[in-house]
Ligand binder design. Structure first.
Ligand SMILES: *Cc1c(COP(=O)(O)O)cnc(C)c1O
Length: 389
């Protein structure tokens, strides 16, 4: 296996499909015109952007004029929260409800908004990472302006009851935003049925390029531009459009929607095989998250008497790419905020590993990974003063 990489970190980013690269290339070298220009030559680029918008809108059942391109998922999350407060804060109130398990793009934006005088309620989750609906209901106040709950969690893969949350929000005339970066193109989403007003998605989590994302903004929501400048994106997001990025994101979205069923079935089979082997063959292991309401490609384990970072390093020496949770917390010694929120004890949370699969993985890769993981954990435990065998 030397020299070969086994990539099991698809929640962090994904390989750009060859088909996607091929679709993008002409927009660097051939049709490089600025889509805002009036001459015919720029029309090619403009047309390509329109097609991409259609491809992306289709994934979530939106209208094309409700899709706004951004520089990625983090920008979309920032825009949603800050712009809702800016537009509706004075009129309706400055209370936001979110959860304890959101991505840092949401949590750190909330912290920033708190410093500006907003009030944030962080609703707890249960031991599977599922939002506590009773707490959510109890948190609603007359000045609640926004509910932001992620569609699926990036660390443990738990899928939230988005439709129920959206219905509750609308019952109280509260705007509903969902960070769907992990879910978009991976599981079915319907913005109308799920009562979603704002939705964030990103290209590089669906085998598209990095640095391109989008926000779906429902027609009824009046939020202003986040980036000021030119009149691009119907005056809501200035800056020359990243045409190759948009084309790639569009192509990736088209492929994701086309292959969703067979792809998730395959990933789920691999993931279940991985989880079964790990739980059967490794002692003192915990499978984190929900067994049923879960992204098909996510596995997250905690092992007692081992250190997560040591596992990652030893796996890396065998060419296996894994993560201890969210990429943003790697290198820090704090245990994952998601596992902590789910009530995983600190010493167990420290021994956690996230393996996120793709349809490019094989059964052989999964078996090799489990074989190596077994040896690594045995070795680490043999060195642990706490482990008695
Ligand atoms: C990756 C991710 C983001 C950030 O998206 P970028 O495009 O990398 O900025 C936000 N939320 C979730 C849930 C993610 O997984």
């Amino acid at each position: 296996m030397m020299g070969k990489v086994i990539y099991l970190d698809n929640a962090a980013t994904t390989k750009v499909y060859d088909e996607v690269v091929e679709a993008m290339l002409p927009y660097f070298t051939e049709y490089y015109g600025n889509p805002s220009a009036v001459y015919t030559f720029a029309g090619q680029a403009n047309k390509a952007v329109t097609i991409a918008r259609e491809q992306i809108a289709k994934v979530i059942g939106a209208r094309t004029d409700e899709i706004y391109f951004t520089g990625g998922g983090s920008e979309s999350d920032n825009w949603a929260l800050k712009a809702v407060i800016e537009e509706y804060g004075e009129k309706k109130g400055k209370h936001i409800i979110t959860t304890t398990v959101e991505h840092h793009a949401i949590l750190h934006t909330c912290e920033y908004l708190e410093s500006l005088g907003c009030e944030i309620t962080y609703v707890n989750v249960d031991e599977e990472g599922m939002i506590r609906m009773d707490e959510l209901k109890a948190a609603i106040r007359p000045d609640t302006v926004l509910i932001s709950v992620m569609t699926a969690n990036n660390e443990v893969g738990t899928i939230q009851p988005v439709e129920e949350i959206g219905a509750l929000a609308h019952e109280h005339e509260i705007i509903f935003h969902t960070d769907a970066v992990q879910a978009f193109g991976h599981i079915p989403i319907d913005v109308e049925k799920m009562h979603i007003d704002l939705l964030s998605a990103s290209g590089h989590k669906i085998n598209g390029p990095k640095g391109i994302g989008m926000m779906y903004i429902n027609k009824s929501v009046k939020i202003k531009s986040f980036i000021h400048g030119g009149a691009q994106e119907r005056q809501r997001r200035a800056g020359t459009l990243n045409v190759p990025g948009i084309v790639g994101f569009g192509k990736a979205a088209e492929i994701a929607l086309r292959d969703m069923e067979k792809r998730s079935k395959y990933e789920e089979e691999l993931r279940n095989h991985l989880a079964e082997r790990v739980m059967n063959e490794i002692k003192y292991a915990k499978f984190n998250g929900s067994k049923t309401s879960r992204l098909p490609n996510n596995a997250n384990f905690s092992f007692q008497y081992v250190e997560g970072e040591s596992m990652l390093i030893l796996l890396d020496q065998r060419g296996i790419c894994s993560s201890s949770g969210s990429a943003c917390t790697s290198g820090s010694i704090d245990p994952s905020h998601v596992l902590t929120a789910m009530g995983v004890p600190e010493e167990l949370a420290h021994g956690s590993i996230r393996l996120t699969l793709s349809e490019l993985n094989t059964l052989e890769e999964i078996d090799y990974t489990v074989d190596e993981l077994k040896k690594i954990i045995e070795r680490l435990r043999s060195m642990s003063p706490l482990y008695q065998g």
